[in-house]
Design a protein. Sequence first.
Length: 348
Amino acid sequence: MVNVQEWTGLEASALRAALRMSMRAFAEHLGVALRTVAKWEDLGETTQPRPDTQAILDTALARADALALARFERLVFGGSQADGRTADHETWTEDIDRVIVCLSRQNFTFAASLLNRWLSSHSSRTFDPKGLYLYGRSMALLGDLQRDQGVILGPLSARQSYATARGLFVELDIPRRVAQIELSLAVVNEMAGQLDHSARQYEQLATDERLSRRDRARARLWVGTALSKEGNNEHATIVMATATREFEELGEPEDWSVAHQKLALAHRGAGDLTRALHYIDIARQSGTIDSPMQRVRLDTAHGHILLSDPATRNDGLSVLDQAAQVAQRYGLSHQLRSIEGIRKGQRG
């Protein structure tokens, strides 16, 4: 039921609780009457919102942040367990929330310890559906951790963790989660240099209704990234500009900032350094999340652009040095390899 096919008052009430809103605030958030929200609370699964309100709830769910989504899924999946597994599930869910925060700050050591606490002591074959779901979420987050550290190939890699998580979500019949994992696998393929394959995956996912509009826009942006890496920079800028407009319409400032960073690199590849510097300046000034990963990505892109002009080459090397120091400090090995690749390209 995580991928809500038909909303009832039960799911609507769960969404309100997951967003941590009062009934009045939730009614204002959706643009519906307070008595409508009160009806959902009172009648639960015995009442169904009207079709137009179903669409409003779909949008509200798609716009919810990761922690709110986790709470919503926990509430929808929740149930009493006579053997004490409910408390176990609650603790596990809290640890998953902590892992999400740790990964946003690149605190990989603590994130890994929280995940291993569950993954190393349990077998997915022993779980009820909710435990299986939590195991799948943990495997997906382990994949995120491995991806951010640059561990993308081999038996203990992001690709393997994502594949395991995908299999579990297929078994649980949660199409949205399956599609999100497929998007993550496409990113891994791009990082591994499989540009044609990843571009095809992105193109398919950019119109995949299993994904939220935001995730579809991300897939479209990454189509542009793959095109740019293949040297098709003019087409890449057109695709990226479309995704950028979608992020603006959706009110997603961080994605909008990332899109400008990628646009800057595509214009650099096309030889238009003036536009490249313009877009990277927008990206550096507009980002709302100050994480080590994002700082390294922005500085790497900025340094790469500066290196492309002999007049600013020394400035570019200095910016790349700063990015490398931060990447080294936080164990961002994929970013370190990217920086070294840029330096070698300049020396070549």
